[in-house]
Design a protein around this ligand. Structure first.
Ligand code: BGP
Length: 459
């Protein structure tokens, strides 16, 4: 049974929905400048035009019955130069967004940063440069001071693990091994500074990290495969949460780094910050599980280390991802593993014992709008239903899951696949190349979720 005050919601990120990419003083982020095909550039500049449709979108969310809505604020709107002057027009915009949410009794859950670093900071080394940490601290202090009264739930940095491991796909460039773990350290310090600033500036507010956590399975019981899974669990999952919640560098991760030529330690001047500032809850994004084996043959690494999809994972001498043949796949070849969510929740609970909000979970698919403006997305309903059953089983097993905010509130531009891959409860009428009229149409899953919220769970 879910708690009476279970936080039902839905999620979005700014750069995938807002558009208005150069309006009201916004500067360019790495999402605006990363290399894309021509069609895709047209995509991101307008996206779902949520910047101009937010009133309508929030109203539709309210009608669906959500109690919370996760959005992100673009750093490039608040502080266009990355560090320095604050853009008051942007402050007014988000003040109104939160006012509208409150009008409809929706709690905002706000991600401070979702893959969209100001280009100006990227040009100076981005997360490999410690200056970016100082800039982030200034930025989040502005957010907490301006919106601390309006926002009860803050999320720090969206999926730092996927951002670093799938760098090519998400950011458009590849980190060297050294750079990746320099950036890891700076991101983790930045997050600690956000915990500290939030607790100092807004006492009524709660803050948590938001990594993508998927339990990693060994392909077989061959002890080498089991060790491969242990390594990848540490590199992909625990390194991040151990830093945030326990204030340590995960030992298996540390050993992995050492074997690859990197000595990572918390700097003496950061020690106090790291061991005294912790999250109030965990935000957790989950799409599918991951399966790895010990790599028996050496191969070239094409890009990064891993992606959400297992086939891309490779690190010589440690692990190699492979498709789990026991699982079904979605339209885009991602495996579907609802039981994996239950396992992930139970393991995360076992390790960290904090309330968990599922801040992303959903199915990307090719949706079709009928002539009478309906979308019969029974496949999405099936996916969400099965994952919610897993959430409820985890809760029955003692895990404190406090909310569910699936991806996504409305159709948006997918990170990997543009506009053709849809996740929303609400259809946005446009295609990859044709902006059409951007009208909003609730899908079948919208009405299904309305009922789920009303019943406080699924059967
Ligand atoms: C997560 C991101 C989201 C979202 C989602 C789906 O990693 O936080 O921004 O995009 O993945 O991925 P995709 O859009 O590639 O299907």
């Amino acid at each position: 049974m879910l708690k009476k005050d279970f936080l039902w919601g839905a999620s979005l990120s700014a750069h995938q929905t807002e558009g208005a990419y150069q309006e009201d003083g916004k500067s360019l982020s790495v999402q605006d400048t990363r290399p894309r095909s021509r069609n895709e550039i047209a995509d991101f500049t307008v996206a779902s035009d949520h910047y101009h449709h937010y009133r309508e979108d929030i109203k539709l969310m309210a009608k669906m019955g959500v109690k919370a809505m996760r959005i992100s604020i673009p750093w490039t709107r608040i502080i266009p130069t990355g560090i320095g002057a604050v853009n008051t027009q942007a402050i007014e915009h988000y003040r109104d967004v939160f006012n509208v949410m409150h009008e409809y009794h929706i709690e905002p859950m706000v991600t401070t940063y979702h893959f969209d670093l100001p280009q100006e900071l990227q040009a100076q080394g981005g997360w490999t440069n410690r200056q970016t940490v100082n800039a982030y601290e200034q930025y989040v202090r502005v957010l907490f001071a301006e919106f601390g009264e309006q926002v009860k739930y803050w999320l720090t940095i969206n999926e730092p693990n996927i951002m670093l491991l799938a760098d090519k796909k998400i950011l458009g460039f590849i980190y060297t091994h050294e750079e990746r773990y320099k950036a890891f350290y700076n991101l983790m310090i930045a997050e600690k500074l956000a915990f500290k600033a939030c607790h100092e500036l807004c006492a009524q507010t709660k803050i948590g990290p938001v990594p993508n956590i998927s339990y990693v399975y060994p392909a077989t019981s061959d002890p080498r495969d089991v060790r491969a899974a242990e390594y990848f669990n540490a590199v992909r999952n625990w390194a991040y949460l151990d830093f945030s919640v326990r204030g340590i560098i995960n030992p298996i991760f540390k050993n992995y780094l050492k074997k690859t030529g990197i000595e990572l330690a918390i700097l003496p001047e950061d020690q106090d910050l790291v061991t005294h500032n912790f999250p109030d809850f965990l935000g957790l994004n989950y799409y599918t599980s991951v399966t790895v084996e010990y790599p028996r043959v050496d191969q070239d690494r094409a890009s990064g280390v891993s992606d959400q999809q297992s086939e891309d994972i490779y690190e010589k001498g440690f692990y190699k991802g492979l498709t789990n043949v026991n699982l079904a796949k979605n339209d885009f070849n991602w495996t579907i593993d609802p039981l994996g969510l239950q396992t992930t929740l139970e393991v995360v609970n076992d390790r960290y014992l904090l309330p968990i909000y599922i801040t992303e979970n959903g199915l990307g698919a090719y949706d079709e709008l009928t002539d009478d403006h309906q979308v019969h997305d029974d496949y999405r309903i099936a996916y969400l239903q099965q994952h919610l059953q897993s959430v409820q089983q985890a809760v029955d097993a003692g895990v404190d899951v406090a909310g569910y905010l699936p991806w996504s509130a409305l159709d948006l531009v997918s990170v990997h696949e543009g506009m053709k891959k849809r996740y929303g409860f609400i259809y946005v009428d446009r295609t990859e190349t044709d902006l059409k009229n951007l009208a909003r149409y609730p899908k079948d899953s919208y009405f299904w979720y309305q009922q789920v919220i009303h019943n406080n769970g699924v059967d």
